[in-house]
Design a protein around this ligand. Structure first.
Ligand SMILES: [Cu+2]
Length: 143
């Protein structure tokens, strides 16, 4: 099932490639988890798609309302969830990446204000070739 889905996504992105040659990197569904109490830490998620003809690389992330933001990956090791920092993220032509809880995410630290569900916050992504892309991320409550 997963393989079929991936194949379908690949076909869709190949079709879209011809139409969006001027926007090789497309970010959709960006959201950030609402603050938990006064905690200065949260996480952000999004889908990144490379519709271009060459590889691109996400080099860094930043959030104006936070002191720091890093690419992180969560993995399960012996039943324990672990997180590690990811230096950069390469996306081949036609490749999409879904960030989600328990997988790749943007670790946000040092929040300067409490993030409430329903608000939007800006996320800045720096790509090797596409340059800086800013997106509005929706703040969603903890489920
Ligand atoms: Cu993390």
């Amino acid at each position: 099932m997963r393989k079929i889905l991936l194949a379908m996504l690949y076909m869709l992105s190949t079709v879209a490639m011809a139409r969006a040659a001027d926007a090789p990197i497309v970010i959709t569904g960006a959201w950030v988890r609402a603050s938990l109490g006064q905690s200065g830490t949260t996480a952000g998620y999004m889908n990144i798609e490379n519709r271009g003809a060459s590889e691109d690389k996400l080099l860094s992330v930043a959030m104006p309302v936070a002191g720091m933001a890093h690419l992180h990956e969560s993995t399960m090791k012996g039943g324990i969830m672990q997180m590690k920092a990811v230096d950069s993220l390469a996306l081949k032509p036609g490749q999409s990446l879904e960030m989600k809880p328990g997988a790749m995410h943007i670790m946000v630290m040092g929040l300067k204000s409490v993030l409430k569900a329903g608000e939007t916050v800006q996320l800045d992504l720096q790509f090797e070739h596409a340059g800086r892309i800013s997106v509005e991320a929706e703040v969603r409550g903890v489920k």
